[in-house]
Write a protein that binds this ligand. Structure first.
Ligand SMILES: NC(=O)c1ccc[n+]([C@@H]2O[C@H](COP(=O)([O-])OP(=O)(O)OC[C@H]3O[C@@H](n4cnc5c(N)ncnc54)[C@H](O)[C@@H]3O)[C@@H](O)[C@H]2O)c1
Length: 262
């Protein structure tokens, strides 16, 4: 998939991984709709990118992804401005073990809603041109995470959803759906993973978190964005889970049943 003239929607794009994913898309010629609940951060990111990539290629939409109406409205406004949609990145996520229902709402329910809205607007059945959806999961979607059982549950569920849906949606809608699974990434969320407040009842495991961070390593958001670009561009990838690992290693983990059907 070439990105020139393509239109992407990225959630949680004000900072961290979403911001770098957005810049990667813009630098490769796509137009991008940035969604974030952090309005000041989203405006600042939009202003910074406009100066480099042109105001006509960027839209910032204040959006709390847990609000169905705000999310729907953001997809509609993206279509109104750019007239098409080709790429959706469901990236917004939080780590708040003490507020576990919110964690499930942001990290899982909103990803499902964003995926279904993406399909609705990109599906060849509905007059769209097809496209690709990338859900930002985590290595905590493939492995247990002792200090974040709800975070791990949300990411395991995102992967279960992504690889299951991928088995039917390419044929039916012309839309590929993949996930990226980063190890620890140098963003604000990494600080939250180490804070008593966000660890809540698992704060007693903080030393264990620190030793996991030392063992697995911390990667830059740019490495995640490179992995995102890889699964977007490679038309053969559907239902793929790309692990983003230390020392620049990005490796696929593909379920056997999907491999067989490709
Ligand atoms: N940082 C890590 O170590 C790491 C590792 C693996 C996966 N991830 C995943 O990467 C994704 C991005 O996280 P990050 O590390 O860039 O964190 P971050 O905290 O830097 O950025 C998250 C962004 O999402 C936005 N957001 C949060 N809740 C929202 C909501 N309800 N509606 C709209 N926007 C909302 C925030 O305002 C922020 O801009 C998340 O899904 C996270 O789980 C992060």
């Amino acid at each position: 998939m070439e990105l020139g003239g393509k239109v992407a929607l990225v959630t949680g794009a004000a900072q961290g991984i979403g911001k770098v994913v957005t810049e990667t898309l813009l630098a490769n010629g796509a137009k991008v709709s940035l969604l974030d609940a952090n309005i000041a951060g989203g405006e600042a990111t939009k202003t910074a990118f406009e100066q480099v990539y042109g105001a006509e290629n960027i839209l910032f939409l204040p959006c709390d992804v847990t609000s169905e109406s705000q999310l729907k409205d953001s997809f509609s406004k993206t279509l109104d401005k750019f007239k098409r949609l080709d790429i959706v990145c469901n990236n917004a996520g939080i780590f708040e073990e003490g507020n576990w229902e919110k964690c499930i709402s942001v990290n899982l329910i909103s990803v499902i809603k964003g995926t279904y809205l993406g399909l609705q607007h990109m599906s060849k059945e509905n007059g769209g041109s097809g496209g690709v959806i990338v859900n930002v999961a985590s290595m905590a979607g493939l492995l247990p995470f002792v200090a974040g059982p709800v975070y791990a549950a949300s990411k395991h569920a995102v992967l279960g959803f992504t690889k299951s849906l991928a088995m039917s949606c390419l044929e039916k809608h012309g839309v590929r759906i993949n996930a990226v699974c980063p190890t620890f990434v140098d963003t604000l969320l990494l600080e939250n993973l180490q804070s008593d407040e966000n660890l809540a009842q698992f704060a007693f495991l903080k030393e264990k978190v620190n030793s996991l961070i030392a063992d697995f390593g911390v990667v830059k958001p740019s490495q995640v964005a490179a992995g995102f670009l890889q699964v977007v561009m490679d038309q053969t990838r559907n239902g793929a889970m790309l692990k983003i690992l230390r020392d620049g290693k990005n490796e696929y983990e593909i379920p056997a049943e999907i491999q067989k059907s490709q």
